[in-house]
Design a protein around this ligand. Sequence first.
Ligand code: C5P
Length: 218
Amino acid sequence: LEHRPLYGRHVLVTAGPTHEPIDPVRYIANRSSGKQGFAIAAAAAEAGARVTLVAGPVHLPTPPGVERIDVESALEMADAVEAALPADIAVMVAAVADWRVSRSADQKLKKKSGDGPPTLELTENPDILATLAKSAGRPSLVVGFAAETQDVIRYAREKRVRKGADWIIANDVSGDVMGGDANTVHIVTGSDVISLPEMPKEDVARILVERFADALPR
Ligand code: C5P
């Protein structure tokens, strides 16, 4: 089993959305099924890695051999990522909510006639990817995702530099990607753009994991 490409390595993956509470029964969220992140965690485990999967609220089974840590909010996800370090590879696939409600209510907000809707004050969430990429315990390979509907490669290149990631996987979400089983991605590194044809998310995951293994220092 030692011959497997990620044997002896620790791979950290974030996946799914985050839920930012408004009150005990309401939340703000991004649209994400978690399928691509879970497929990457599964492929990394098949490649022999120890895998920690920090998962937002999704309806997916835990892939075999993967240690899953369930979280709800971006702040919980940030803490779980930090606690999971050190790692050789970090793949941040989660669709983290950019904002949280500054003061979420302990009790359900009531709809009173005449009051009108409440005003929500929002606070920016930490950027988990950028924080990790700039941290002292930075994994050797830090990979982010960028879901875009237009100019996917240009935005991905900018995001790679701005966030300090090694690679950005640019995800063309102009079609039926969200919640679907297929994906079209471009691997944006410091020197290349490798465009893959549309294929099942499991196949995207296997190809990415092979490339991650090749990119690691021996
Ligand atoms: O800026 P944008 O949200 O498009 O960047 C997407 C990438 O950054 C993804 O890899 C996502 O997991 C990561 N991200 C993060 N923490 C945030 C926002 C995005 O880790 N608060």
